[in-house]
Design a protein around this ligand. Structure first.
Ligand SMILES: O=C(O)CCC(=O)C(=O)O
Ligand SMILES: [Fe+2]
Length: 360
């Protein structure tokens, strides 16, 4: 009996400690802002689910001033000793490499984050804003990235990160140095580009730029985003990619989106090819599909047609190469994905475990 009681007291003490840590931070003029990605897609059937939780970008206080300072000091010391902010880390992020180090490589930072209950705080916030259960989330990556203006002496460093989508459904970045120490910067969202802002945190062009060290930007990693260029000073961020358990994800939603984004990616190449090929001055396509047909079918057998000759340029190929057309289409695909990719809790357990699970 005594043992059980002390165990309960211990649990109460732990939860008290965690909520105390969060409430201390929250009471100190904490930030709570939401910016919603606009609708890019009209569909009567899906109307009810716009905006989904994933359309919301949240800016929230996650570290106190002292905690942000401690993270910055530990990270700067480690980066100085290892040179990890002087060159992009293409081993870990092949396509969009940042000048960073993985938190797991810096034991002092890892221990410090554990001491302040960092993971619990992040998962609490993500659960609150996106509705994913704590036990269904895990870190895919957590790293500390550094941006600085380029000079002749630091050509390997970076001042921005081009627009991209992360490997994770949920992501965040926490500015750990004072935002007054740099100009420009912030996390840029393509979907927010034309949103008229009344907040000093949402800048022109869809840039979300927290005003205090320790504030996090929580977003879906599948919303096209990047780091806005800094024009002076240095910007240091803790970036996290949070994986969501497979039973929380709607099967096929991500692959359908990747197919549609892929089609837009090749549209410019198709237009380039169409513009190069000409016959008697007219642009178009020189067709000959016999290479792809077996000997038997090459004369139009078995329902296949042999095509050979010149086809004039397609207007649709030209219009699909237009950059703004492509942007709208990609944002439409993104909007559809954000509406559908997360399953509701009852849907998720039933789908994944074949319907024999009681959802408590
Ligand atoms: O620096 C930022 O705010 C964004 C970083 C980011 O998107 C990334 O590292 O994947
Ligand atoms: Fe990213």
């Amino acid at each position: 009996m005594i043992e059980i009681k002390s165990c309960i007291l211990y649990i109460l003490a732990l939860s008290d400690c965690r909520s105390n840590a969060l409430s201390t931070i929250r009471s100190a003029a904490s930030t709570r802002l939401i910016f919603t990605l606009p609708r890019f897609y009209e569909d009567k059937v899906d109307d009810a689910i716009y905006p989904s939780p994933l359309h919301n970008i949240h800016v929230r206080t996650i570290l106190s001033d002292d905690e942000a300072k401690a993270c910055l000091r530990i990270s700067s010391d480690f980066a100085k000793a290892t040179g990890r902010w002087d060159r992009p880390d293409s081993d870990r992020h092949a396509s969009y490499a940042t000048c960073d180090f993985a938190v797991e490589d810096c034991t002092i930072l890892e221990d410090y984050l554990e001491k302040i209950g960092f993971t619990g705080r992040i998962f609490d916030e993500l659960n609150e804003v996106y509705g994913v259960e704590q036990e269904d989330m895990s870190f895919l990556d957590l790293f500390c990235a550094h941006y600085q203006t380029k000079t002749d002496c630091n050509q390997g460093s970076m001042d921005r990160l081009e627009p991209h989508r992360d490997g994770s459904i949920l992501s965040f970045s926490i500015t750990i140095n004072d935002p007054d120490d740099f100009e420009g910067g912030g996390t840029l969202f393509d979907g927010l580009r034309d949103v008229v802002s009344t907040s000093s945190v949402l800048k022109n062009g869809g840039v979300v730029r927290p005003t205090r060290a320790g504030d996090a930007v929580f977003h879906s990693g599948k919303a096209l985003h990047g780091a806005n260029a800094i024009t002076s000073g240095k910007r240091t961020v803790l970036v996290g990619f949070v994986d969501v358990a497979p039973w929380c994800e709607r099967p096929g939603a991500l692959s359908a989106a990747c197919r549609d984004w892929g089609r837009m990616d090749v549209a410019s190449l198709r237009y380039e090819r169409q513009s190069k090929k000409t016959r008697s001055g007219a642009k178009g396509w020189i067709l000959n599909n016999s290479r792809w047909m077996s000997k038997k079918t090459s004369k139009g057998g078995a329902g296949r047609s042999h095509l050979e000759g010149f086809s004039p340029a397609f207007a649709s190929v030209e219009s699909r190469a237009d950059k703004e057309f492509q942007r709208q289409k990609n944002l439409e695909t993104e909007d559809k994905l954000l509406r559908t990719i997360l399953l509701s809790k009852p849907e998720s357990k039933i789908n994944f475990f074949g319907g024999d699970v009681t959802v408590l």
